[in-house]
Design a protein around this ligand. Sequence first.
Ligand code: GJV
Length: 418
Amino acid sequence: MQTEDEDEASCEEYVARSDFTGSSTDQLSFSRGDRLLVHAKPSSEWWWAELQGVIGYVPASYMSQDAAGEEEEDPSIEDPWQDEEYFGNYGTLRLHLEMLSDKSRTEAYRQVILSNSASLSSKRVMDLGCGTGIISLFCAQLARPSMVYAVEASSMAEYTRQLVKQNGYDEVVTVLQGRAEEIELPEQVDVLVSEWMGNCLLFEFMVESVLLARDRWLRNGGTMWPSSAALTFVPCQADSYYAEKMAFWERPYGLDFTPLQPLAQQEFFTKPKFSHIIEPCDCLAAPCDVISFDMYTLQVGDLEEMKGQFHFCVEKSGVFHGFTAWFTVCFESLEAGGATVELNTGPNSGPTHWKQTLFMLDRPVSVCAGDSISGTIVLQRNPVWRRHMTVTLHWTIKGSTDNPDNSQAGTKSFPMWR
Ligand code: GJV
């Protein structure tokens, strides 16, 4: 355990577990295996370190005290999935209430079951991470599946069993308490349904459990719901967030507090802002899908690093504060030619509990209609903390022919959270 008192202790040597690209002038870049001298640990996430005479912040989770770097597991990392905390949270009602009250989300799954009710007849279904069992209950209520296996690792499973009984569906729905990776079913299933999506689509990496279950329990030719997923990006204005967290320091009470701005940047703009709500009018360009995948072919290994590209044409002049991300998932029909159901968490669809995710640039840039913003995105899964990832963005702004001076490039990495 790191305590505050140890901050003053003399330097300690650490080895980088993997490459890291600093995203601002006060962050260091380093490569896997580099030896860094950690001078101070001002927070549990960012340490003050030295590499080849250069000093800056480094993400603590990339540092290993082990001389071998990432090869040898750090014995302090006993639960890289943080399952105790994760399933502990899902053992209480707070998150279930949030998910069930999310009409767009819950109605989308209800619609999938309803519009496929005829084809679901006599089908075997697995509902992975069923929570309070809402999807399984929809299957029993709206269709005639032969069996629904409702799999839930948290202690909520006991209540889910009661809900199933209370509603008279205990012949159809079997609640299995355990991690999907470990439970045994008596047979393979025809349909694997799950609501696994996290912030920025992948956060929490519950999708890994879904892929492993697919490979083990979905029969050949079976159906995945959702069937595909996409992450969408848009360059945006975020005036009020910028004003609240950064411009605030310019002249509070008639005083100049700007020396606190670098600290504000570190504190408020280093990580993405979850639960951001973007208004359609804050979008500076037409949104574009940066990453998309098919739930039938995606492999667990693909999750380590997902890369995408974007090319936006600025549609209206404004202040480019950052990028906003959201996702869409699609549920293919079991019937040939049947309608696909879509759950879109973007600003032009109904609100969801995911809201959107905002990635703030360090400095806002004025852009004009006709300018282009292009670049790349890399989602890199944390090598240690398996539910976390870092989002790295590179962008180039090119002024239009009317505005050729407005050309610049930038790069920034956002840990989410570790
Ligand atoms: N096995 C069983 N239940 C799980 C698993 C797993 N591997 N992973 C998550 N859950 N969309 N981000 C359960 C978890 O306990 C919770 O009840 C539900 O799935 C999460 C669903 C929403 N989370 C999300």
